[in-house]
Design a protein around this ligand. Structure first.
Ligand code: XBP
Ligand code: MG
Length: 279
């Protein structure tokens, strides 16, 4: 029985990496007079490293390993990341980041259906609050029973830690929860935590090779433009709504039984490289 939806943030709720984070990183670098500018292609590569501080550290190691390993480098990274977060929050508050198709609709439907909402994200808590308030209104952070964000866990996605952290605080079993993600890194974290997972690929994750997921879609769908992709191993188009998620979760469990996703069961990989539950 599906009781909770656990939402990723970046790429799932909104195209934050393109509209918010990347420009904010570049603004922080410019503030500090650093000759670093992450273009779209480079940023797409750097997204393999989750966590903004970890991403800066990884880049700095590539740029100047001696300076990046010097005493005080961690303090400098924290300072740079704080600047970046301030720029990101400002961009979000100026309305420069919009929710993806179907996100507002599904959140409202889920609340009306009595599902519990939660967030499991690598991004910083300030970024989550700013995005929710700017796009869903001042009270919207209160819609989420648990918010697992940023450094609440030592190991960031693709480690499952943040999903375990959130699910344990929800007091629910894995088979009562469903994760919504946008990337292979995020889906691997959710699946490793034993959660049925629906992926809506985002700008930077179109080519990701996914782990076993319930559905691999282009978005959650709107009345103007239905979602399109694979669900339970078959081509599917439509609106991802609460009923649809309940059906997929039930069929997914029936198909995989105790060997559900995340329990190391290999699944066929289709020609796109997207692995999904066998038909
Ligand atoms: C995506 C991330 C984050 C953001 C940047 O998180 O990996 O690091 O790219 O945000 P998710 P911070 O998809 O799990 O929401 O700079 O605050 O880390
Ligand atoms: Mg994401």
């Amino acid at each position: 029985m599906l009781r909770a939806l656990i939402w990723d943030v970046d790429g799932t709720l909104a195209e934050t990496e393109h509209d918010g984070h990347r420009p904010a990183f570049n603004q922080a670098f410019a503030d500090e007079g650093l000759p670093w500018q992450w273009d779209e292609a480079l940023y797409g590569e750097l997204l393999a490293v989750t966590g903004g501080k970890e991403r800066i550290a990884h880049w700095w190691q590539r740029w100047d390993p001696v300076a990046a390993s010097a005493p005080g480098a961690a303090v400098a990274i924290r300072h740079l990341h704080a600047l970046k977060t301030a720029h990101y929050v400002a961009r979000v508050q100026q309305g420069q980041v919009a929710l993806r198709p179907g996100v507002r609709r599904l959140l409202i439907e889920a609340r009306a259906a009595g599902l519990t909402l939660a967030i499991a994200t690598t991004t910083s808590p300030d970024n989550v609050a700013a995005l929710l308030q700017a796009t869903l209104g001042p009270d919207s952070p209160g819609w989420f029973a648990v918010v697992g964000a940023g450094d609440v866990v030592p190991a960031k996605k693709p480690a499952p830690d943040v999903y375990h952290w959130v699910r344990q605080r929800l007091g629910l079993r894995a088979d009562q929860c469903l994760a919504l993600e946008d990337s292979a890194v995020g889906a691997r974290a959710a699946v490793a935590a034993g959660l049925a997972t629906v992926v809506t690929r985002s700008r930077y994750t179109a080519q990701d090779v996914l782990p076993p997921v319930l559905a691999d879609l282009d978005n959650l769908g709107s009345h103007e433009r239905p979602a399109c992709g694979l669900a339970l191993g078959r081509p599917w188009r439509g609106l991802v709504d609460v009923h649809r998620l309940q059906v997929w979760a039930r069929l997914g469990q029936a198909q995989t039984g105790s060997d559900g996703p995340g329990r190391g069961q290999p699944y066929p990989v289709d020609e796109k490289g997207s692995s999904f539950l066998a038909a």
